[in-house]
Design a binder for this molecule. Structure first.
Ligand SMILES: Nc1nc2c(ncn2[C@@H]2O[C@H](COP(=O)(O)OP(=O)(O)OP(=O)(O)O)[C@@H](O)[C@H]2O)c(=O)[nH]1
Ligand SMILES: [Mg+2]
Length: 420
């Protein structure tokens, strides 16, 4: 494998990974970059329209198989006097779709010049031929690849008048096309039998002249096509890169902003809780909640019971406020690894706050001191960061980064082809 082939493989892999839908163009580009490939002429048309035979006459030797049935079923090539002649199966043979694929490979991938062959006895082009011809004309705009329209087997028409009629109707079907009426049979008879009149009537000389002119344009056309493909691919990759950069940036912004919003929101909730608890935890006088009830009070209400109930209600309110914030940010449940067999315990609230009863000193320490609040923010933020939504966002960012990296790589690789 030579140096170019090795680096081409890298370029292919890199660009194809990002633009798989461009496989065809990449393959064509590869052909164009292999400068040792001679200008390539192929035939396209329906089966039995005389394609193989025409190539043989143009080359001056019977290289390709000719038969009065569907004959050519594989691509065959022959290099003759600096031209690569490529015989292809007839299109729309409908017996084997594979034939069509091969014909299209010759047409789309390999050929610089296409001889579109249509047998005169068929009269007008049919719908499939017309649309293919249009496709090739559109391709010419893009790639500068040339198509010569050949009307073959004209000897099978009754007379000149009928020939005029057929040519006229085909000319109407594709305005602006130069038609090349030919007869391989007349050419062979004229050549072998030394009949100049027959040779002239074969139309082969005129086709050869057109073909020679087209062959002269091939180097220029190849250069144009190569540059056009490189430009198209580069532009597509650049546009993709820009889009991916924007979407990555916006994902990262979202990630950052969500974090800020979660922390700031939580701090606000905690400030509210602190205000709510202040009078309770700093109340003057005896802390009745710490005075245990004895059996003598039975079911009677005591100052201790009342105080403990007040504390419990205030604590519940605090937890409800915090939980509201957690719900808003989707950070309620524990990650799978931390889940227990008791589902009701698998909440971030319980993981952070525990289940122990809280007294004044606990509430003061937890909610009314900076260190307590900082600890809560730290703990809840930890669970927020490993919540499902945050993880998914992180994964999305990672994927975006990888995709962007691939696109950048593809652009770098493609740039290596400039000036090759
Ligand atoms: N009368 C006449 N017959 C021709 C001419 N050119 C080809 N034929 C005959 O038409 C038949 C088909 O020719 P091929 O060249 O094999 O046709 P093809 O288009 O390559 O056919 P596939 O390979 O099946 O797609 C053969 O019998 C040829 O001898 C021509 O100019 N005049
Ligand atoms: Mg053939």
């Amino acid at each position: 494998m030579n140096q170019l082939a090795v680096s081409l493989d890298h370029v292919w892999d890199a660009v194809l990974a990002v633009l798989p839908q461009r496989r065809w163009d990449l393959d064509r580009l590869r052909v164009l970059l292999q400068k040792e490939v001679p200008p390539t002429v192929t035939v396209v048309g329906k089966y039995n329209h005389g394609k193989s035979r025409l190539l043989n006459e143009l080359m001056g030797s019977d290289i390709f198989n000719v038969a009065d049935r569907r004959e050519t079923i594989a691509l065959a090539e022959h290099v003759h006097e600096g031209v690569r002649w490529l015989d292809a199966p007839g299109l729309y043979a409908d017996v084997a779709l594979q034939d069509d694929a091969l014909a299209r490979e010759a047409l789309g991938l390999q050929a610089d010049i296409r001889l579109f062959v249509h047998a005169a006895k068929e009269g007008e082009l049919d719908a499939l031929e017309s649309s293919l011809l249009q496709e090739l004309a559109a391709d010419h705009q893009r790639s500068r690849r040339q198509t010569l329209l050949v009307i073959s087997q004209i000897d099978q028409l009754a007379d000149e008048q009928q020939q005029e009629k057929v040519l006229d109707s085909i000319a109407q079907q594709c305005p602006g096309c130069l038609l090349h009426p030919v007869s391989s049979t007349r050419y062979r008879q004229g050549r072998d039998g030394g009949k100049p009149r027959m040779l002239e009537k074969s139309g082969i000389a005129a086709l050869q002249a057109s073909l020679e002119a087209a062959l002269k344009r091939v180097p220029q056309a190849r250069e144009f096509e190569r540059d056009a493909l490189l430009t198209e691919l580069t532009q597509e990759l650049s546009a993709l890169q820009q889009m991916q950069e924007q979407s990555l940036h916006s994902l990262q912004q979202t990630q950052k902003q969500q974090h800020i919003d979660f922390v700031e929101g939580l701090r606000k909730v905690l400030e509210g809780i602190e205000k709510d608890l202040e009078p309770l935890v700093n109340a003057a006088g005896v802390d009745h909640s710490l005075v245990p009830d004895t059996a003598e009070f039975g079911f009677k209400m005591t100052a201790g019971k009342q105080e403990r109930a007040r504390l419990q209600i205030a604590y519940s309110r605090a937890c409800i406020a915090i939980n509201g914030h957690l719900v808003e940010y989707g950070a309620v449940g524990l990650p799978a690894a931390q889940q227990t067999s008791v589902r009701s315990m698998d909440t971030v609230m319980i993981a952070v706050m525990g289940v122990s009863v809280k007294y004044r000193a606990d509430l003061r320490r937890i909610f009314c001191e900076q260190a307590g609040r900082d600890k809560l923010v730290q703990d809840f933020t930890h669970y927020f960061e490993i919540s499902e939504g945050r993880r998914a966002l992180e994964a999305q960012i990672e994927t975006s980064q990888k995709q962007l990296q691939q696109t950048r790589q593809a652009l770098e690789e493609l740039a290596l082809l400039e000036g090759v």
